[in-house]
Design a binder for this molecule. Sequence first.
Ligand code: ADP
Ligand code: MG
Length: 290
Amino acid sequence: ATPVAIMVGTGKAASQGILIKSAQSLETLHSVDTIVLDKTGTITSGKPSIQNIVKYKDMSDDAFLTLAASIEQGSEHPLALAILSKAKQKQLSLKSVEEFEAVGGKGVKAKIDGQTYFAGNSIFIKENGISFNEKDIEKLADEGKTPLIFTDKTEVLGIIAVADTIRNTSKAAIQEFKQKGLHVVMLTGDNQRTAKAVAQGLHIDEVISDVLPADKESVIRRLQREQRKVMMVGDGINDAPALMRADIGVAIGQGTDIAIDSADIVLMKNSLLDVNTAIDLSTSIIRNIK
Ligand code: ADP
Ligand code: MG
């Protein structure tokens, strides 16, 4: 495309809250055939909240929530923030943490009053040799919720199920991607059952779940080895390498700074519908010069 056409196109996009950082990406956009969408914060709003509390010990909801929030207080993960904001709302006073460790994409470990506690997904809890009621976990996950398992050093104490709402533009946007003939993939660190339940009804072709933060980029590489032209849309720190690797990286405007820095395009209105607008713009610019 001519520099003038690119400039006009970039300006048009910007006026609609779509920031296109380079001329190159405006030209590449129309040739994308695969679109990879992060789940939490991209398809969903990224503001999860507590849905269910299941306890396996004789303790009050508030006592359990106090312990859970205390364990999570060193975490900046949105799932942890859902628990912390509930505790704050209930004005619970948290216990102090003596040691804390976050294990990326799995959970956290904390020491309180000399006791070791774990909070995280099934894989993490199993790795620590603690058993739990799989049926309870599966039921919550099948409802599209993310079950967080809380344990002490030997036993499960309870589960907190957290869920996020799907952005109201996501379904229509994905429908438009399908109409364009794009292959639509959901990519998430969350477990398979929850991911499948969220994907249900959204017309997503492929769900890739249980992906550790460091592995999102290799999923993009694998798709590219299959000769696909890949767009990745994400919001989190763990999406940044994948955004860089993709042929086109798109960040959600309300996402983390590192995602925004790593992307070619930023969606200021946080709507996946704007991905379609950008693709259409690119297509019309390319068509005009041919
Ligand atoms: P996502 O791709 O949804 O942002 P992550 O890769 O950050 O997910 O985390 C994957 C999974 O690890 C979460 O769904 C959750 O089960 C578990 N996890 C991560 N951080 C925490 C935490 N602070 N507390 C409990 N569980 C966590
Ligand atoms: Mg995310």
